[in-house]
Write a protein that binds this ligand. Structure first.
Ligand code: ATP
Ligand code: MG
Ligand code: MG
Ligand code: MG
Length: 462
C-alpha cells in the first residue's frame, strides 16, 4: 500500500506491514514502551507509533527521537485501543535520518502565534495550522483547474515579464538587466532607469488580463493561473507584493455571464475543498474561526447578493455606521465599506456592478449613461474584494478615446486596439486573488499566513 500517513489512517488494516517516513511530533515515554506521533504532512492527524523494549538498541533510539527528528519506521499495523483513531503502528525497525536538538527547536510542544510562525517560515509547515493551510491551498488549486477544464477552458500562460501596465495603477516593479556596475547615469551622475530591459521597458506583470484577452480572441474561453506582482507599499492583511491570480476570459460573454461564472466557480471550489479536506476544514472551524463551515455551506447553498455601485453607495449613506473614509458617489469603495456590505448588511458575498468610469481601468466597457462602466467586484465577509472583473470595451472608437482620456499612448496598445479592428466580439472576464480565496475559505485573518513564502515590504526573507 501507499506509505503516506493519510492513506494508512484512512485505509490501513490490522496486520498489514508498512513503512512510513516523517518527523516526530510528540514523544511519550512509559516504563515498558514509548509512543511517538509521526507526521509526514499528508494529513492533520498524526500516526501513532509504538516502540517496544525489544526493538534493537531501544534506549539509544528513544533518546535520539525528540520532537522534530526525522525517521523511517517499518512495522505492522495494529488496531488502536485509543479513542479517535482506528489504527497504530507497531515499530519493528527504526532508521533515524536526522536528530533534532529539543532545546533549540523553535517548534516547541505548544500553540505558537501565527506572527511568531511567520519568523520561521522554513519550519512552520510542520505545524497543524500551516499544514492545513497548505493542503487546502493545494486542493483549491486543483479545484480551479478542474472547474475550468471541465468547462473546456484553455489554460494559457501569459508572460511574467511584460511591457504593459494593465491596471494603470502605477504599482509596477521594473525589470532590469543592469548590475550594480553598469547602471546608466545621466550627465549629473544620477541613475537613469528609463530603458531598463536591454534598452526597452519591462515590468513584472500586475495582471495577465490583456494577454488573456488576446488568447480569448482565438480560443473563446481561456484562463490564466500564475504569479502576479504589485509594488504595494501597504501593510494590510490582504495585500502582498507577490501573489497568485486566476483570470478567466470569455469571448461572447457579457457582464451578466461574467457574474454567473464567478458565482458558479466559487461554489464549485468551496464544495471541492469541503469534500477533499474535511478534517482540515473542521480544524479551521474549531481553532481559527468558528464560522468557517457555516460560511462554506452558505456559499455553496445560496445565491450571492447583486447590487449596483449606486445602490451600494445609497446603502452606505443610509446606514447608521460612521466610516473613516466618507461615502459619496464617485469614491472607490474602501475595505471598511466592502466589509460592511458583505459582513453586516448581506451576510454573504455580494456582487457590486457598474462602477464610475473614473475609478476603473481603461478597458472596461462604457455603459450607456456614459458615467459608469460594466465592472463587477465580488466582496466577501471578513476580507472585502476578492474578485474584480468586467465586460471589456470591444468598440474600437470608444476604446481609443478612453485610452487617450487616461493619458495612455495608443501606440503602446496597438495590438490591443488591433483586436477591435479584426473581428471584435463582446467579451468579459475577472481576476481572483488566489490567496484571498484561501483566506476566505480558511478564516485566516492575515494573507501572509496562506502563502508559503509571503513577500511584503516587511517580509522579504526568501
Ligand atoms: P484592492 O482594492 O484590494 O487593492 P485591486 O482592486 O487593486 O484590489 P484588482 O486589480 O482588481 O485588485 O485585482 C484583482 C484581484 O486580485 C483582486 O480582487 C484581489 O483578489 C487580488 N489582489 C489584488 N491586489 C492584491 C495584492 N496586493 N495581494 C493579494 N491579492 C491581490
Ligand atoms: Mg489595489
Ligand atoms: Mg479594489
Ligand atoms: Mg479591483
Amino acid at each position: 500500500m501507499n506509505n503516506r500517513i493519510i492513506n494508512i489512517l484512512r485505509q490501513g488494516k490490522p496486520e498489514e506491514k508498512v513503512k512510513i517516513q516523517g518527523w516526530v511530533r510528540t514523544k511519550r515515554e512509559l516504563k515498558e514502551f514509548t509512543f511517538i506521533e509521526v507526521s509526514d504532512g499528508s494529513s492533520l492527524a498524526n500516526l501513532q507509533v509504538i516502540l517496544n523494549q525489544d526493538l534493537p538498541d531501544y534506549n539509544n533510539v528513544i533518546k535520539k527521537l525528540s520532537t522534530g527528528a526525522s525517521l523511517a519506521v517499518e512495522g505492522v499495523l495494529v488496531e488502536s485501543p485509543a479513542k479517535g483513531q482506528k489504527i497504530e503502528l507497531h515499530a519493528q525497525t527504526i532508521t533515524i535520518y536526522g536528530e533534532c536538538d529539543g532545546k533549540d527547536y523553535p517548534l516547541q510542544k505548544k500553540r505558537h502565534s501565527l506572527e511568531f510562525l511567520r519568523t520561521i517560515a522554513h519550519l512552520r509547515g510542520r505545524t497543524n495550522t500551516l499544514g492545513a493551510v497548505m493542503r487546502v491551498r493545494n486542493a483549491c488549486a486543483q479545484a480551479v483547474h478542474q472547474f475550468f477544464q471541465e468547462k473546456g477552458f484553455l489554460w494559457v500562460h501569459t508572460p511574467i515579464i511584460t511591457a504593459s501596465d494593465c491596471e494603470g495603477a502605477g504599482e509596477l516593479f521594473t525589470v532590469t538587466n543592469f548590475n550594480l556596475d553598469n547602471i546608466p547615469r545621466n550627465d549629473q551622475g544620477k541613475t537613469d532607469y528609463t530603458e531598463d530591459f536591454f534598452g526597452k521597458k519591462a515590468y513584472l506583470t500586475v495582471s495577465g488580463q490583456l494577454e488573456a484577452e488576446i488568447m480569448a480572441m482565438s480560443f473563446e474561453n481561456v484562463y490564466t493561473f500564475g504569479p502576479t506582482f504589485r509594488a504595494e507599499n501597504s501593510n494590510t492583511s490582504r495585500h502582498l507584493a507577490e501573489f497568485w491570480m486566476i483570470e478567466p476570459e470569455m469571448a461572447f460573454c457579457d457582464l451578466e455571464g461574467d457574474q454567473n461564472l464567478a458565482q458558479e466557480f466559487l461554489k464549485y471550489v468551496f464544495k471541492y475543498v469541503l469534500d477533499h479536506c474535511p478534517e482540515d476544514m473542521e480544524f479551521f472551524n474549531l481553532r481559527i474561526n468558528n464560522t468557517v463551515l457555516a460560511n462554506a455551506e452558505n456559499i455553496i447553498n445560496n445565491e450571492f447578493a447583486r447590487i449596483t455601485y449606486t445602490e451600494a453607495i445609497n446603502l452606505l449613506e443610509k446606514c447608521d455606521r460612521t466610516f473613516q473614509f466618507p461615502v459619496e458617489w464617485g469614491i472607490d469603495l474602501q475595505s471598511e465599506h466592502e466589509r460592511y456590505l458583505a459582513e453586516e448588511y448581506f451576510k454573504k458575498p455580494v456582487i457590486v456592478t457598474n462602477y464610475p468610469k473614473d475609478i476603473k481601468a481603461f478597458y472596461m466597457r462604457l455603459n450607456e449613461d456614459q458615467k459608469t462602466v460594466a465592472a463587477m467586484d465580488i466582496l466577501a465577509p471578513n476580507i472585502g474584494e476578492i474578485i474584480g472583473g468586467s465586460q471589456r470595451e470591444e468598440r474600437y472608437d470608444i476604446l481609443e478615446s478612453r485610452i487617450k482620456e487616461m493619458n495612455i499612448d495608443p501606440q503602446e496598445l496597438w495590438w490591443y486596439l488591433d483586436l477591435r479592428r479584426y473581428g471584435t466580439v463582446p467579451h468579459a472576464g475577472f481576476g481572483l486573488g488566489f490567496e484571498r480565496l484561501v483566506q476566505f475559505m480558511t478564516g485566516i485573518d492575515n494573507i501572509r499566513d496562506v502563502i508559503p513564502f509571503p513577500r511584503t515590504p516587511m517580509n522579504a526573507e526568501f
